[in-house]
Ligand binder design. Structure first.
Ligand SMILES: [Zn+2]
Length: 285
């Protein structure tokens, strides 16, 4: 717009003048604040047994996930209207939570099927909102396979992978991200409605985890599904189904996750480590 342009051209000369030592001083202060808030957020994660750098609370994670949920759903055609899909996925998801270490996590897990019938994928928002597309559910053949996908996603939440990425982006962006999160009150959602928080939510919805996070979600996921009585070999079956589906239409799961071929070996090793004498009979297939 013309009005914006004219006011912007008046502002630029003033900004140019505030350069030099003052600007370097501000930059150093911002960088110092970012580094201090990054280093000050080392937290031990009892699920992974590792220290990690996190700058938001569990309550903030939960609130951010709930705020991001409508945007996630809108991207994949909303929630699947066929209640049978929601029922089975919620049943398996709640079964894993009730009968595993996830029960003590404090995250209010919710499981949803997205209506998208083309995109084969599953997602986890921070704080416990877990999604699987109808297209992926349609490819799965057993309850144990559903538990494999959900256990992988639950582990992204328990391992706080999104919160870790937020801490890293705060370090990169400095003061802005830190201030947004510092002023955000999880009990008052209206405190979030700033442009920066809207941006953070859209970043959450688009977030891709790194290779190490995916392997952690696979191997810890093996443990989680086993605790709930599911045969962990069903996680291997999921990877084989995805591998077999990879010809033809592009499968979204591959772009956010390492290829199943590389994952099967690591999953098998995690199963052997957990059950050196073989998987007990009678686990749910
Ligand atoms: Zn993943």
């Amino acid at each position: 717009m013309y009005g914006n342009n004219s006011s912007r051209s008046r502002l630029y000369p003033q900004q140019q003048r505030s350069g030099g030592c003052l600007r370097i001083g501000i930059a150093l202060a911002v960088a110092a604040f970012a580094i201090i808030s990054f280093l000050g957020s080392k937290v031990y994660n009892p699920v992974t047994g590792q220290d990690q750098y996190i700058s938001i609370t569990q309550e903030q994670e939960i609130a951010l996930g709930i705020q991001a949920a409508p945007e996630m759903e809108a991207q994949f055609g909303g929630l699947e209207p066929d209640e049978d899909y929601q029922t089975i996925v919620q049943y398996v998801g709640n079964n894993i939570i009730k009968n595993s270490e996830a029960a003590q996590s404090g995250y209010p897990f919710e499981f949803h099927v997205l209506a998208d019938q083309q995109t084969v994928n599953a997602f986890a928002l921070p704080g416990g909102q877990v999604y699987i597309t109808r297209a992926l559910v349609d490819k799965l053949e057993t309850e144990g396979q559903v538990s494999g996908v959900l256990s992988h996603e639950i582990m992204h939440v328990l391992a706080r992978h999104s919160a870790e990425q937020i801490a890293q982006s705060q370090l990169a962006e400095g003061l802005t991200g830190a201030l947004v999160l510092a002023t955000y009150d999880p009990n008052d959602p209206s405190s979030m409605r700033t442009a920066q928080v809207a941006l953070l939510i859209s970043q959450l919805v688009q977030m891709k985890f790194g290779r190490d996070d995916e392997i952690a979600a696979d191997t810890f996921g093996v443990d989680l599904m086993s605790q709930a009585g599911y045969d962990p070999n069903q996680m291997v079956s999921v990877m084989k189904i995805l591998e077999a589906s990879s010809t033809g239409a592009p499968i979204e799961f591959f772009s956010t996750h390492p290829s199943p071929e590389n994952r099967i070996g690591r999953i098998a090793a995690a199963i052997t480590e957990k059950y050196p004498n073989g998987v007990p009979s009678g686990m749910i297939q």
